[in-house]
Design a protein around this ligand. Structure first.
Ligand code: GTP
Ligand code: MG
Length: 193
């Protein structure tokens, strides 16, 4: 994919703010700090279109990015971030659920998990919920650069077992740009359909 243009469009806190022109959308979902915003920037070859932080909880709204005037990436707030208040966590969860359930142009959801660790209880619960939706799901195992190559297959297998899932798991490193071509190939095939 040649990214000719990538623009940040809106940080939405209400559904009324979601873009309404129907361009196909790909959503990035996962725990706080798993690397959603970093992946999005790397896929688009833009340094800091989506805000990245070493501190979890950076992304707090639903952020829409318009690419090549033909499709969108959607950066969702991270779940499971303990340092925000319970009320705020519930509000995030509600906002994310509503988006995932109601959003018509949604083509695929990428659920990101850290390749180094077993999925958290939140990851497992979220995954089970996603499988109930009528939208294709792909798991992306992030920070591949942080483990030795020899452990990749084992980690992926353990993630699959913990999530109890048949969906594809793509190991990637945004940092080292590993696995990004494979993700693009999937995005492109979705758009051809
Ligand atoms: P929230 O917005 O809080 O939900 O987090 P996020 O999922 O958007 O994570 P973000 O992209 O902000 O990245 C969190 C931290 O992980 C940053 O310090 C990134 O530099 C680091 N990081 C992201 N991807 C990678 C990767 O592939 N490899 C390594 N080593 N670090 C990464
Ligand atoms: Mg983020």
């Amino acid at each position: 994919m040649i990214v000719r243009s990538a623009e940040f469009e809106i940080s939405a806190v209400r559904p009324q703010q979601w873009p309404d022109d129907g361009l196909p959308e790909f959503a990035f979902l996962g725990r706080s700090n798993v690397g959603k915003s970093t992946l999005l920037n790397r896929l688009l070859n833009r340094k800091s279109l989506a805000r990245v932080s070493a501190h979890p909880g950076k992304t707090r709204q639903i952020n829409f990015f318009r690419i090549n005037d033909g499709f969108r990436f959607v950066d969702l707030p991270g779940y499971g971030y303990a340092a925000v208040s319970k009320r705020e966590r519930e509000l995030f969860a509600k906002m994310i659920d509503r988006y995932l359930i109601e959003r018509e142009p949604l083509v695929r959801i990428f659920q990101l998990v850290d390749i180094r660790h077993l999925p958290s209880r939140d990851d497992v619960a979220v995954h089970a919920g996603l499988l109930e939706l009528d939208v294709p799901i792909t798991v992306v195992a992030t920070k591949l650069d942080k483990i030795p190559k020899s452990q990749v297959a084992k980690q992926v297998r353990q993630i699959r077992e913990a999530l109890q899932t048949q969906v594809e798991i793509y190991p990637i490193s945004a940092e080292k740009r590993l696995g990004l071509d494979e993700l693009w190939a999937l995005l492109e095939s979705d758009m051809d359909h």
